[in-house]
Design a protein around this ligand. Structure first.
Ligand SMILES: [Zn+2]
Length: 215
């Protein structure tokens, strides 16, 4: 079984697939998601918390070195038969190189899976997207109908401002092309990248991911 680094533009279905994988592999799968880890680190008062709070309060991104440092600590905690699921750690070429270097250094077998959807689909899906304020779950009004409460944890849901604003969506698409696409091209040259058509149904995508990591 290979470790998975999941990539894909906003609304490509990464969250749904991550949840399915985590459910399927249960305690064998270890999840590295930058946002969750940073949030957990901010849960009590200490020097790291203060530092991260200052960064996030000013709308800045956490330094690449911090993310790769956290990834290294994360790898140190794994057992041999654990499977890694990583998301949100390929923001720039430099960082992707670091993540690859650390995985190789630990002799992990891994694959980068990109969920691919056309650009117009990003607009359609985001304009139908409802997000949970508490657990971060996403729902699609065209699939789930009107969603008034989170279907996972039953807390409040909202439409993210950057899901409604066309310019904000365009900025996200541009940022993906500027930062993540070059990383993926590099990973493709290293034979680590596999693309999956994310216009398929969630079940079909999930089956394809299983086939890829079992190889
Ligand atoms: Zn929720």
């Amino acid at each position: 079984m290979k470790d998975i680094i999941l990539a894909g533009i906003s609304a490509s279905g990464k969250w749904t697939q991550s949840q399915r994988l985590l459910e399927y592999f249960w305690d064998k799968m270890k999840y590295f998601e930058t946002w969750w880890i940073l949030r957990a680190l901010q849960s009590n008062d200490n020097a790291i918390w203060n530092h991260l709070r200052d960064i996030t309060a000013n709308g800045l991104l956490v330094k690449d070195e911090i993310v790769s440092g956290l990834f290294w600590v994360f790898l140190e905690t794994l057992w041999d038969d654990d499977i890694v699921l990583a998301d949100g750690c390929m923001r720039k070429i430099w960082q992707s190189k670091e993540i690859v270097r650390l995985l190789e250094q630990k002799n992990r077998k891994f694959v980068v899976i990109e969920l691919v959807i056309p650009e117009e689909e990003v607009y359609t899906r985001l304009s139908n997207r409802i997000t949970c304020k508490t657990c971060g779950a996403n729902f699609n009004t065209s699939l789930h109908g009107e969603v008034n409460k989170c279907l996972e944890c039953w807390w409040e849901v909202y439409r993210r401002n950057d899901d409604i604003n066309q310019n904000a969506i365009k900025n996200r698409i541009d940022a993906y092309h500027d930062n993540i696409v070059p990383s993926l091209e590099m990973l493709d040259k290293m034979w680590y990248l596999v693309k999956v058509d994310a216009m398929l149904s969630a079940d079909e995508i999930f089956q394809k991911i299983l086939e890829i990591i079992e190889k």
